[in-house]
Design a protein around this ligand. Structure first.
Ligand code: BG6
Length: 486
């Protein structure tokens, strides 16, 4: 087994430290890693926020949040974790408010210093500059940028320039939390740890690929932020394109920091640009109306927002990867809020056998590889088998079924646990490089501009469904259907 870099004693500074992401994801992730013995003694976690809050109030806020999320806390583990926590109020744009932070950091220049920016992206540059201006950037330092890095290519470039003026590219860790998911990393294991699939992973054998990331939740209390952002920017530009990249990329020469990212970048560059006419025929935008999800009545997007809006909460599209391996093979992507249930899956649909030797009255279904990302992580390969018995050749599809829960047992650490440890270890391979983010925005911007040109319609779908009829039609026109809930 490869030896893993150890985690050195660190100071982790979380900007937006009392915010939603920090309380829901980052602090629980750190608590778990602490429980697993991965956080060295003496390491400190400094939460930084704009609001004034006493140390006691912050620690008890974290305790209450963890207790509610984890349904109870181990007293010793919590006491050890609480020791590490402190809270500082700081307004990045107010120079005087930096002083307490400078005092906290003085004398700790030799230890690993990591800063996590869980703030709105327009503050990324000001915070990075704040560190530079006060000579707080040490030789052993990393900066983590939470998504979204910008809302289009120009703003992403601006942020990258501003942060890049203070930190080297190899110190900048841009998060896409999907890359920290165990099952997403398993895609690499599937493709490059087995000799079985790679020779088949090409246009001659594969008919098409489907990627679905469906959520049952609505936008909830993020509705004001979400409106004007929409599903294309929120999910497709990052998570779905990253999944597409991992499916479509060429084998990297190693798992080194840049080898995988170089290959992903080539896929992003090969994505078919969505001109106005392509956008019209190959993409669907939609918004949920009231309905029922898993038996509970839920309001529509407009009711939650309290005003009219044409922001999409659902996107389905067909895109090509224009290279030798994938030319002519459609990739169908679909994501939405308030769909029938939470489900992320990738379907690799193989072509039919080239010549039928069995009685035409028996359906020979093409093989299918289903990669289930969440929940119920696993893989299913559908193959044709002969139904037992003396009655000629009656073929039926059977599944070679691997449930990760049965094979490996239990639940996996949250993606943020893995990613925070990678930051502390200094391993940027699972993070997005500047060129990847900007190229993904470039493609997204073209589609957004085409929607604008087309005045593209926003269809409606009932909450709790699998999306609008137009999404089913997108595949129907090609003689195909979505794997789940067409
Ligand atoms: C975030 C999006 O990046 O991913 C959210 O901003 C979305 O809108 C979330 O709900 C989904 O993540 P997961 O891990 O629950 O699939």
């Amino acid at each position: 087994m490869a030896t893993l870099k150890p985690v050195d004693t660190f100071d982790l500074l979380i900007f937006g430290g009392a915010g939603d992401l920090s309380l829901r994801k980052l602090l629980p992730a750190l608590y778990h890693r602490d429980g697993a013995g991965q956080l060295p003694t003496g390491s400190r976690i400094l939460a930084i926020g704009r609001n004034e809050m006493s140390q006691e109030a912050f620690v008890s806020l974290v305790e209450d949040t963890l207790r509610a999320r984890l349904k109870g806390l181990d007293a010793d583990r919590w006491a050890r974790f609480a020791e590490r926590l402190s809270y500082l109020s700081l307004d990045a744009e107010d120079s005087a408010s930096w002083d307490p932070l400078c005092e906290q950091l003085a004398g700790f220049e030799d230890r690993l210093r990591a800063i996590y920016l869980a703030t709105p992206p327009h503050l990324f540059g000001a915070i990075a500059q704040g560190f530079k201006a006060r000579a707080l950037i040490t030789g052993n330092m990393r900066i983590v940028l939470e998504k979204p890095v910008g809302h289009d290519e120009a703003s992403a470039r601006r942020i990258n320039d501003e942060v890049g003026a203070c930190f080297e590219e190899n110190q900048i860790y841009r998060i896409d939390h999907y890359l920290g998911k165990e099952t997403v990393q398993n895609l690499l294991a599937l493709r490059f740890g087995n000799s079985l699939f790679e020779p088949l992973w090409r246009r001659e054998v594969i008919d098409h690929v489907q990627i679905t990331v469906a959520e049952d939740l609505g936008v909830g209390n993020r509705v004001d932020y979400y409106d004007g952002i929409g599903a294309l920017r929120d999910m497709v530009q990052n998570h779905l394109l990253q999944l597409l990249c991992l499916v479509a990329m060429e084998p990297p020469s190693s798992l080194d920091d840049d080898a995988v990212r170089d290959e992903k970048l080539k896929v992003l560059r090969a994505l078919q640009p969505m001109t106005a006419s392509e956008a019209r025929s190959q993409t669907v935008r939609a918004q949920y109306q009231s309905g029922a999800v898993e038996g509970t009545v839920v309001p529509g997007y407009i009711d939650e927002l309290g005003r009219g809006s044409s922001t999409e909460t659902f996107v389905a599209l067909k895109v090509g990867v224009e290279n030798w391996r994938w030319s002519g093979i459609p990739f169908y992507l679909r994501t939405g809020k308030r769909m029938a249930r939470k489900l992320s899956e990738i379907v690799i649909q193989f072509k039919p056998v080239p010549h039928a030797i069995f009685d035409a009255s028996y359906d020979t279904l093409p093989n299918q590889l289903l990669i289930q990302l969440q929940p119920d992580e696993g893989m299913k390969l559908t193959i044709m088998a002969k139904r037992p018995g003396p009655e000629g050749f009656s073929l039926i599809p059977v599944n070679l079924d691997l449930s990760f829960e049965e094979a490996f047992g239990g639940a996996y650490p949250d993606a943020y646990e893995r990613l925070l440890i990678e930051v502390l270890r200094g391993n940027p391979a699972l993070f997005m490089r500047r060129d990847e983010i900007e190229t993904a925005w470039q493609w997204t911007d073209t589609l957004l501009a085409s929607w604008e040109d087309n005045q593209q319609r926003v269809d409606r779908y009932v909450a709790g469904s699998w999306g609008p009829a137009s999404a089913a039609l997108l595949l129907d026109r090609d003689g195909r259907s979505w794997h789940t809930g067409s």
